[in-house]
Write a protein that binds this ligand. Structure first.
Ligand code: 173
Length: 317
């Protein structure tokens, strides 16, 4: 329909303007009590408030709606339109998804240096996805334990992982077990695991502080949480709606400095409830972080000889 005609109709009849409004269905791979979801729902409220007549987002739910490790496929196939997720949860679709944990260049910078464009090329080609925004940045992962160690040797320990931590913890000698976040509390409670990998923040959202004795410092990698969308749906959106949502997603990403102070506070909260930091001497700490990076990139390049090196060039330092 001609634009002028659309405007004339919209002016004459407000219901027609509303008829142009699109609604996208969003799920979260993280349980609903995880702070990522709360923060995203605040963003959704803003999007909906400012997007009347243009675009709305309807939040369907967390892993009870679509299980954690299936949200990627749900977006790829269009069962849902968008997901709040992390690459580690959809490596079944594309091994490259897990490489963004290795980013040392912030997302805002990746938009300028070609990293964001490369990510979108790969995500489109491999998973029929649009990578809208990285909404967690500046956030290391840590190893949390219930048994004390005095060196980075996890021999004899069973550790809960996702693909994020697999190669690194195995290189340190751990026996590993993959679970969604929603299963960690029970695994700790039953003593099925001796520890787990997770970012520096968020333990309290899931009550894991009740079942956690130690955090190993330093952290490693950079937790990636993002909004992704089904590409067919995205391309079929009215341009105004697409541009509006892309701007809102970019604005959300631009708030990532938030995590710096949030993480400092989470460290404080952990120590207040008695979670003890396990530290090593300076050389061992350095070697620990170096090893994480080394096995991380080796894994990413082995899994994707095509795109691994290109990603490294743009997102590593
Ligand atoms: O579940 C996880 O430990 C995980 O892979 C992850 C990734 C990013 C943010 C939070 C958790």
């Amino acid at each position: 329909m001609k634009r002028t005609l659309v405007f004339a109709l919209a002016a004459l009849c407000p219901a027609f303007a509303l008829a142009q409004e699109v609604t996208l269905r969003l799920v979260s791979a993280f349980p609903e009590n995880v702070f990522y979801v709360k923060r995203t729902l605040e963003w959704v409220e803003k999007v909906n408030r400012e997007g009347k007549g243009v675009a709305q987002i309807h939040f369907i739910g967390g892993p009870k709606a679509i299980p954690t490790f299936e949200t990627g496929n749900a977006v790829k196939t269009g069962v849902v339109d968008m997901s709040l997720t992390t690459g580690a949860y959809y490596t079944n679709l594309m091994p490259e998804a897990d490489a963004l944990k290795l980013a040392e260049v912030p997302a805002t910078e990746q938009r300028k240096n070609g990293g964001f464009a490369l990510i979108n090329k790969i995500w489109a080609e491999k998973a029929n996805m649009v990578y809208l925004a990285r909404v967690v940045d500046y956030t290391p992962f840590h190893l949390y334990l219930n048994k004390k160690i005095d060196k980075p040797d996890l021999t004899g320990l069973k550790i809960r992982i996702t693909p994020v931590y697999r190669d690194f913890f195995q290189a340190l000698g751990a026996a590993v077990m993959t679970t969604a976040p929603g299963e960690v509390y029970t695994a700790l409670e039953r003593g099925v695991i001796d520890g787990y990998g997770w970012p520096i923040h968020g333990l309290f959202d899931l009550n894991w502080q009740e079942k956690t004795k130690y955090r190993v410092d330093p952290g490693f990698y950079n937790a990636e949480v993002s909004l992704v969308a089904n590409r067919d749906k995205w391309q079929a959106l009215p341009p105004k709606a697409r541009e509006y949502l892309e701007r809102q997603a970019r604005d959300y990403e631009a708030q990532n400095d938030f995590w710096k102070s949030y993480n400092q506070n989470e460290i404080k909260r952990q120590s207040e409830v008695g979670i003890q930091a396990i530290t090593f001497d300076a050389a061992t700490s350095r070697a620990y972080v170096e090893k994480a990076k080394e096995v991380g990139w080796a894994g990413a390049i082995k899994a994707s000889p095509q795109y691994g090196p290109q990603l490294k060039k743009l997102i590593a330092k």
